[in-house]
Write a protein that binds this ligand. Structure first.
Ligand SMILES: [Zn+2]
Length: 124
């Protein structure tokens, strides 16, 4: 189980921007890793966004072996995973980032597939 994850600063800033753009809705995406660093986001299709929950389905996962995690925003100041989030995390494996309102660097929290905390390390 991973205890930390590395993410490129540019990507992190872009994710914060997406979270703000989609607010008050959630956005959801998949994270691609290169050499152990999250470098890219693939935004999930718009039909899968809701006001209350970003809707992930394992069967709609893109076939891409470099996808090692997911990201979604919470339009409330609470980055704790919901029951549905935890269910999804456990099916997917990898690392899962939640960005809570107000979408700043401090509102980013990562979780493992077991729902345990994962430290986010920003790579410049
Ligand atoms: Zn959630």
């Amino acid at each position: 189980m991973k205890t930390s994850v590395r993410i490129r600063r540019e990507l992190l800033e872009y994710l914060l921007e997406l979270a703000r753009d989609f607010y008050p809705n959630e956005f959801a995406g998949f994270l691609r890793e290169r050499d152990g660093v999250f470098e890219e986001v693939l935004i999930a299709p718009a039909g899968h966004f809701g006001r209350n929950s970003a809707f992930f389905n394992t069967w709609m996962l893109p076939m891409d072996e470099n996808i090692k995690g997911t990201v979604h925003s919470h339009p409330v100041p609470n980055a704790r995973p919901s029951t549905a989030d935890l269910q999804f995390f456990s099916k997917f494996g990898g690392v899962h980032i939640i960005i809570a309102y107000p979408f700043t660097e401090e509102s980013i929290v990562a979780y493992g597939s077991d729902g345990g905390p994962v430290k986010v390390l920003i790579v410049d």
